[in-house]
Design a protein around this ligand. Structure first.
Ligand code: ATP
Ligand code: MG
Length: 355
């Protein structure tokens, strides 16, 4: 049911360039976390460090009682089997069919017979809606399908932890919405621990259980989604609301002059937008690790922005109010099995729909 990753005091530099320092966070078992941050703040470096491909200068990464940063290569190899990674570019072999690409980790890391390999590959291809594309080459399919193939390959070793590096980059908004639904459904089905790096603010607002923000060589904040979406902290606020005004500039950090100019111009941050409901599974259920809407705010005596949790936003952030659909007004949980199914979601796992 997924494993926890506990990172403490992690620092990484290349030569004299410090990428980030003193990063501490816990990815709770089975939960979905999103990592945001301006380009070049070291999100991909963080993922590569978590999976043991890069060695940090200091700090620890605890997984199942072992510190990944101190393991010898042979033990590291074992721990890596817990991970499935979807790299930023999909990283498929161009001359291999999708089937062979997805079978690759099984042939490389296990002694399974070809008949077993086939069962697993087809099962995962089915999960991500790729059945029928087995013999296609990566160059022959759309970017959306390539992402799905990368995802299927990340799944074949039944990982406990899945790291996604910008699974949605280069996808149009509709495909991004399908991909987000796929991520929610996958997490519900396999209950692994997910960490997703994305630049998509709508994804960050509606998909994860937790959000983190890397900025200016440190982890500005990491915590439950509602904590960040109700935060007044200027960097968090600017980033999660995709605003130009605030401490983040074109070259990551605005200089004092620019900020002073903004202040002199009397610019005030607009009010926080409502916190959207978190995306449910395709059949309208909460995932096992999903919290009740507003639970974090209530537990911490935080008043959410007006209008929060009121209507069912979709992964694209577009709200489609439907007065006849009572499920729009709240989170359906196992206590309210009214069985209503939203048609646009039931198609999320079919091949035609996704890519
Ligand atoms: N192997 C490496 N050797 C030296 N420098 C590196 C290496 N890998 C990454 N860097 C540097 O680390 C910094 C962070 O890179 P990284 O790719 O993690 O950024 P990112 O946050 O993922 O950006 P983006 O959002 O554009 O993908 C960059 O300045 C990059 O040049
Ligand atoms: Mg990156």
């Amino acid at each position: 049911m997924g494993v926890e990753i506990k990172v403490e005091g992690l620092t990484k530099s290349f030569g004299r360039q410090v990428i980030w320092k003193d990063v501490s966070l816990t990815l709770p078992a089975g939960e979905i976390s999103v990592m945001l941050g301006p380009s070049g703040t070291g999100k991909s470096v963080l993922l590569k460090t978590l999976v043991g491909l890069l060695k940090p200068d200091s700090g620890s990464i605890m997984i199942e009682g072992r510190d990944l940063t101190t393991l010898r290569e042979r033990d590291l190899y074992e721990v890596r089997k817990l991970f499935g990674v979807l790299f930023q570019d999909g990283a498929l072999f161009g001359s291999m069919s999708l089937y062979d690409n997805i079978a690759f980790p099984l042939r490389e890391h296990t002694k399974k017979r070809e008949s077993e390999v086939k069962d697993i590959v087809l099962e995962k291809m089915d999960m991500v809606g790729l059945i029928g594309s087995e013999s296609k080459l990566p160059g022959e399919i759309s970017g959306g399908l390539r992402k799905r193939a990368g995802l299927a390959r990340a799944l074949v070793l039944d990982p406990e932890i899945i790291l996604f590096d910008e699974p949605d980059s280069g996808l149009d908004p509709v495909r991004t919405a399908y991909l987000n639904q796929l991520i929610i459904d996958l997490n519900d089905a396999i209950e692994a621990t997910f960490l997703i790096v994305t630049h998509d603010v709508n994804t960050a607002r509606s998909v994860p259980d937790n959000i983190g923000l890397l900025y200016h060589q440190h982890l500005a904040m990491f915590g439950p989604r509602e904590m960040l979406l109700s935060s007044e902290e200027p960097v968090v606020r600017q980033f999660l609301n995709a605003q130009r005004q605030g401490p983040i500039g074109m070259a990551e950090e605005k200089d004092a002059d620019e900020l002073a100019q903004e202040e002199a111009a009397g610019y005030e941050m607009p009010p926080l937008p409502p916190i959207p409901l978190q995306l449910l599974t395709s059949d309208g259920k909460s995932r096992p690790t999903q919290r009740e809407p507003g639970a974090w705010c209530k537990d911490n005596n935080v008043t959410p922005p007006p209008g929060s949790f009121e209507s069912q936003g979709t992964a694209t952030g577009i709200v489609t109010p439907d007065p006849d659909d009572s499920s729009q007004n709240g989170h359906r949980t196992d206590h309210q099995p009214d069985g209503a199914v939203r048609p646009e979601r039931t198609e999320a796992l079919t091949p035609e729909a996704g890519a």
